[in-house]
Ligand binder design. Sequence first.
Ligand code: SAM
Length: 234
Amino acid sequence: MSLVQQPIGIIHTPYKQKFAIPRQPGLVNSALGIIQFLPEFNDPNILRGIDEFSHVWLIFQFHQTTEQGWSPLVRPPRLGGNKKTGVLATRSTFRPNNMGLSVVEFVKVVHQQGKLELHVRGMDLLDGTPILDVKPYVPYADALPNAKGGFAHSSPELMAVTFSPRALKQVQHFAQQYPKLTSLITEVLAQDPRPAYRADSEPNKVYGMSLYNLNIQWQVIDGCCQVADIQPHD
Ligand code: SAM
């Protein structure tokens, strides 16, 4: 049996590359995402009533890793990247059917010039990710206070983030174009996006990450992250 899935829309997010995207939703709330609906689903009736919910589920395709296929065993970053776990016991992207599931904050519906958009906050999705479905988050059924979280029982510890004097001037400049840029960079880096194996083996390494069209350079010194430089991509 085979099933063919059709995206209903595409989400646009500040995350232009996989590196440094938060590993789950709700960790970086300054990140705004805009779902633009594809022509067949570009009907405002499809979202009527959604504004009565504070959060929605997004079901999506891990489109950038689909071609790499799936693996029965994966190494979750939360376990330091060296302990193997069954893929279905993780939220890894390398899974059969490559489907992702994220609960995000509802912001607003926009319907202008015949184009329907759903604005959300706090997603962990790459820019351009195909959205397969949207469903309201229903607290009485979806929030389970006594649930066990396995190896991911609590949110990751946060890292302190500072800006060099140069980066501080740069972020203030680019914030005119990208509102909430300082909080976005701070919240993303506080998650410590470094691959677990590098954090120990390459201390003080300078990393680059892309948010919007900006290349942001940073390094971790004595457990504290410093943003060093922010430049637009060419
Ligand atoms: N919350 C979702 C879930 O549990 O299904 C996603 C969890 S997954 C661990 C989150 C990571 O997926 C992000 O940090 C990013 O590296 C990766 N990712 C996000 N969007 C993607 C896409 N469209 N294609 C491939 N990888 C993606």
